[in-house]
Design a binder for this molecule. Sequence first.
Ligand code: FE2
Length: 257
Amino acid sequence: MMKDLRSLSGMDLRLNEEQLRLNFGADMFYPDGEVRTLQQARPMLADTQAQGPDHLYTIYMDIGRKEDFPAIEEQGLLYGSVVYNHGTLGNERLRSQGHIHSEKSGTGLRYSEVYEFWTGHGQVYLQKECAPDVTRAYLVPFGPGDKLVIPFGWVHLVVTEGEEPVSFGAWCARENQLEYAHLRSLGGPAYFFLADGTLARNPRYTTVPEVRHATPADFPLLGIPTDRPMYTSWQENPELYTFMANPELVGDIWRDF
Ligand SMILES: [Fe+2]
């Protein structure tokens, strides 16, 4: 089935739920979708031999309206999108591998990203440290229309729930690199998210806090409006997103979060 994402995303997008792919209107620029497979995600799973769908998710980096491309590039921004499969990987809920973002040189701060969910349900998992000792971990439930700014430097991943494919958009910095290696060396996040709704601790961590439950509204949105697509609010007021490429303008407001 094709799902119309125009009013939620602010762009000419449709979701092909069977193929886990986006269809783009004639006024859009976009790359070929990259498929992430179960094979690639195995080092990050509780059970590295887990059975599950081979096609985990499809990623589109750098999409937008053709007429907007010069302004997006000039501002150092990049808009990406991901479409997830649903189901389980062994006894875990289907999820992304998790990563951290690269540091902007000279600032001591890692890049952020803004998520906007379009379809499906699940939780964003946030973990403050990408290290064996963790001081903060959050699970943040999401549904269509929810937006969330990822705290600078935190591990983040998306855990899916239910039968409907999760799809979302994300604004981030063009310079940002996704870093997987350190989290992979820890065997994934500090917790695994089991199909029965419980959590299992990753034994490779030394200190792990209780997971706190929070809502998207508990996290600073830095002035990004919640009543319209973040692509639309960028078109109306690009300055709202200047902090994406310039984390030093904000400072680490999540330091004591
Ligand atoms: Fe990210």
